[in-house]
Every structure is written in structure tokens, then in C-alpha cells.
Write a protein that binds this ligand. Structure first.
Ligand code: NAD
Length: 257
């Protein structure tokens, strides 16, 4: 499949799943706009090696004015966004009654509201071209819950809901909107939870990884970021043009239980 001539904006693409999606879309021929913090140069190099033109905007997606600026950059420098991947996300783990209010706001803001803002700004030009792909990186936690993840679970369920509404509102157009729902993927976001588990229970790194997987993911293996990239690329293809409002799991059997 070819995404030549298309521009993809992948939020939170300097690390983990977003970076793998950016690489996969670049391999498929898209120009890619990266976003996120941390090692930007390394991310740029990896995506440039995978394919065509690479841009970057460092918007903090917790701020609506910076999201506005990122979408303007995409329009001015790349002629707009054809493929929007709402991937940026953060986690915080605590019971509801002890959940820091500021962390609740931050998780909802980044994992849910940012996707609303990018989507509302991306849709008018997509409608003008009658083509677009919106792929929301939700989670198994968009479908089922785990204790101590109230903000994340609420945000991801919300993101699956936003996906369905966006899909319905664009159902008769060439724009599709779908969500991907990964289980455990070994990225910096999950490594932090591995570290916490190791410290809490006096486990080695590999024991803590095995313990996390054992609880939830029947395959006993982590999902590979590149496999999520491949799924995103498929959702952008012509063959996926009637997949609308879906929430696809890639979770080693987590939600089959
Ligand atoms: P990660 O921590 O490796 O990457 C997160 C990315 O978001 C980074 O590029 C970071 O710079 C960026 N980011 C963080 N705050 C930002 C902000 N305010 N503005 C802009 N960018 C910001 O995490 P990951 O595991 O690759 O997660 C990516 C997505 O996948 C998230 O939405 C996460 O919820 C989801 N997800 C992850 C897993 C998993 O097991 N890792 C499972 C299911 C869903």
C-alpha cells in the first residue's frame, strides 16, 4: 500500500508506540510530522531512514494554543494533515481517593482532550479533500478497567467514544476514524510501571515484567511497537475504507478473558 503524497501527523512520536507508527507510515511513503519531547534528533533520524520528508513540532498537547500552532505548521509547511494519529499519552497509577487532582487533569487533558482538539482542527481540510484517516491510540483500557488507573481508563474509554462519534459524523465521506487498543507494550510508559512493581515487591526487572504480563496478558509476551505501526498503516489503506468506528485490540488475548 502507498501513502505517497500524504502527510501524517503522529502525536507523541519521539518515543515508543508513536515512533514505531511514524516509522511505519514513512515506510509506506507518507511525509511525517513528529511531535513530542525527549530525544527529537534520534526520532527524526529513525523516521528519515524509513522514508520521505520528516517535520517536527514540539507542541505541548496539554495547551490548546500550542495544538493550534502545530496544526497551522502542518498546513503551512506540509499542505495539511491527511493522516492524524492521536497517540500521545501519559499514565498515573493511584487509587481514586488518593489520585492527585492535578494528575487527573493532566491525564484527561493529554489522553482525551488533545485528540478532540487535533480532530476538530484536522477535519475541515480532510472534508475539503474528501479523504482522511484518523487513528486514535486508545488501549485495552478503552474497553476494560484495571484498579488504580481511574484517569487513564476514563480517558481511554472517552477516546473510544470520541472515535465512534467521529466515525459516524464522517461515515458517508472518504474520512475514517478508528481506534487501536494495545495491551502491554514495552515502552518507557510501561517500563516505569515495571520499575514500580520491582521496587514494591523486591523483584528483578525480568521478574517484574513477567509478573505484569502474567496478570493480564495470556500470551505472556509484550506487543511489539512495530506491529501497532503495521496496524495503523493498514487502517490508512484503501482496503480499510469501510472500517469505521472500530476499536481494534492488539493485546495478546487480554480482553478475550
Ligand atoms: P511513551 O511514554 O513511550 O511515549 C509517549 C509520547 O508522548 C512521547 O513521545 C512523549 O514525548 C509524548 N508526550 C508526553 N507528554 C506530551 C505532551 N504534553 N505533549 C506532547 N507530547 C507528549 O508511551 P507509549 O507507551 O509509546 O504510549 C503511546 C500511547 O500508547 C499512549 O497513548 C498510551 O496510552 C498508549 N498505550 C500504551 C500501551 C503500552 O503498553 N505501552 C498500551 C496501550 C496503550
Amino acid at each position: 500500500m502507498s501513502l505517497h503524497g500524504k502527510t501524517a501527523l503522529v502525536t507523541g512520536s519521539t518515543s515508543g508506540i508513536g515512533l514505531a507508527i511514524a516509522e511505519a507510515l514513512a515506510e509506506a511513503g507518507a511525509s511525517v510530522i513528529l511531535n513530542g519531547f525527549g530525544n527529537v534528533d534520534e526520532a527524526r533520524e529513525r523516521v528519515a531512514r524509513a522514508g520521505g520528508r520528516v517535520g517536527y513540532h514540539g507542541a505541548d498537547l496539554g495547551r490548546v494554543d500550542e495544538i493550534d500552532a502545530m496544526m497551522r505548521y502542518a498546513s503551512d509547511e506540509f499542505g495539511g494533515v491527511d493522516v492524524l494519529v492521536n497517540n500521545a499519552g501519559i499514565q498515573h497509577v493511584a487509587p481514586v481517593e488518593a489520585f492527585p487532582v492535578e494528575r487527573w487533569d493532566a491525564v484527561l487533558c493529554l489522553n482525551l482532550s488533545a485528540a478532540f482538539h487535533t480532530t476538530r482542527l484536522a477535519l475541515p481540510p480532510m472534508r475539503a479533500k474528501n479523504w482522511g484517516r484518523i487513528v486514535n491510540v486508545a488501549s485495552v483500557h478503552g474497553l476494560v478497567a484495571s484498579a488504580n488507573k481511574s484517569a487513564y481508563v476514563a480517558a481511554k474509554h472517552g477516546l473510544v467514544g470520541l472515535t465512534k462519534v467521529t466515525a459516524l459524523e464522517t461515515a458517508s465521506t472518504g474520512i475514517t476514524c478508528n481506534a487501536m487498543c494495545p495491551g502491554w507494550v514495552l515502552t518507557p510508559l510501561v517500563q516505569k510501571q515495571v520499575d514500580d512493581r520491582a521496587a514494591r515487591d523486591g523483584l528483578s526487572d525480568s521478574e517484574a515484567r513477567a509478573a505484569l504480563l502474567h496478570e493480564k496478558q495470556p500470551s505472556g509476551d509484550f506487543v511489539v511497537p512495530a506491529h501497532i505501526g503495521a496496524m495503523a498503516t493498514f487502517l490508512c489503506s484503501e482496503a480499510a475504507s469501510q472500517i469505521r468506528g472500530a476499536a481494534w485490540t492488539v493485546d495478546g488475548g487480554w480482553t478475550a478473558q
